[in-house]
Design a protein around this ligand. Structure first.
Ligand code: SPD
Length: 300
């Protein structure tokens, strides 16, 4: 439930305090609230949007920062273009979550993508993003996109063999996103994908959540033959880092080298973060992380 801590400093200025750091109760991220745009309780969560001089417009769901104008590109571009440039022909894409619109905005840019379906549980996040965060809300205007307000797990359970790429842009594994980290969900994703399909899911920070990531790897490798963790840097997240679990139905997938470069070149100038080099480097992990993940992968 809502747990946004907001406090005043000695100068009587308002600050947002992130209390929801997933696996650490030992640190807090704080961002000054320059101007509050809206705060409301939806059926599912507390939604807060505010402005900060450095980060620009910011979105918080329950007690966790989701995105800021300054650095949202590193998350939205990477969660979108990593799987889209691994799959040989990503024509049909499903987005689960992503209520701010940033992932829809990126996915629709890809020259090979023809149809995008998005399934977001909370229509109020979408409305708030359109009104207060139009740099992301613009994602909902693309004609490739069909948007449903529905539970993501329910949607994938009822659609078989339909998508080339499925992106789960979820908040942390509590509240409305809890089911999106369970084995049953990954099994449903597997069945919802077409031949050689790929999933890319928000998979937390290796600094705070390595045990959680290992556990996720353990679950997903029972279902998908190939999987990897890719990392990106997000200044406004408590550890400055977040990653994605990417898994493929193909046994022989090459995760590290970006495909479609000639066609993709057309949109390269519209991007702020992703490049073929960033793609490859996302899979290069610190030794302590790689060792731990290899241990899981070598002991299925
Ligand atoms: N700890 C916060 C993780 C947030 C992931 N979702 C970001 C949404 C961007 N579209």
């Amino acid at each position: 439930m809502a747990n946004n801590e907001q406090c005043k400093n000695h100068d009587n200025e308002d600050w947002f305090v992130e209390t929801g750091v997933l696996n650490s109760d030992q640190c807090r991220l704080t961002i000054k609230i320059g101007r509050k745009l809206i705060e409301k309780q939806s059926k599912y969560q507390n939604i807060l949007a505010f402005e900060n001089e450095k980060f620009g417009r910011c979105l918080v769901l329950d007690d966790a920062i989701q995105c800021t104008e300054l650095d949202e590109c590193s998350y939205q571009e990477m969660i979108s273009f990593l799987p889209l440039n691994i799959h040989p022909n990503p024509e049909r894409v499903l987005i689960i979550g992503g209520g701010d619109g940033g992932v829809a905005r990126e996915v629709a840019k890809h020259p090979l993508v023809k149809h995008v379906v998005q399934c977001e549980i909370d229509s109020e996040v979408v409305e708030i993003s359109k009104k207060y965060l139009p740099f992301m809300g613009v994602g909902f205007e693309n004609e490739k996109l069909k948007l449903f307000f529905q539970d993501g797990y329910e949607y994938v359970r009822n659609h078989k063999n339909e998508f080339d790429v499925i992106i789960t842009d979820s908040s942390d594994p509590k509240g409305p996103a809890t089911t999106l980290y369970q084995s049953e969900y990954y099994q449903a994703l597997y069945e919802c994908l077409r031949h050689d399909g790929i999933i890319c899911c928000q998979a937390e920070s290796y600094w705070f959540d390595l045990e959680f990531i290992k556990n996720l790897f353990h679950k997903v490798q029972q279902i998908f033959p190939s999987l990897a963790y890719a990392s990106t840097a997000v200044a406004s997240y408590p550890s400055g880092q977040i990653g994605f679990l990417i898994a493929s139905k193909s046994k022989t997938v090459d995760f590290k080298h970006a495909k479609h470069q000639e066609k993709f070149q057309k949109i390269a100038e519209k991007l702020r973060y992703y490049s073929p080099e960033m793609h490859s480097s996302a899979f290069i992990l610190p030794m302590f992380v790689q060792r731990q993940l290899d241990q899981v992968l070598n002991n299925p």
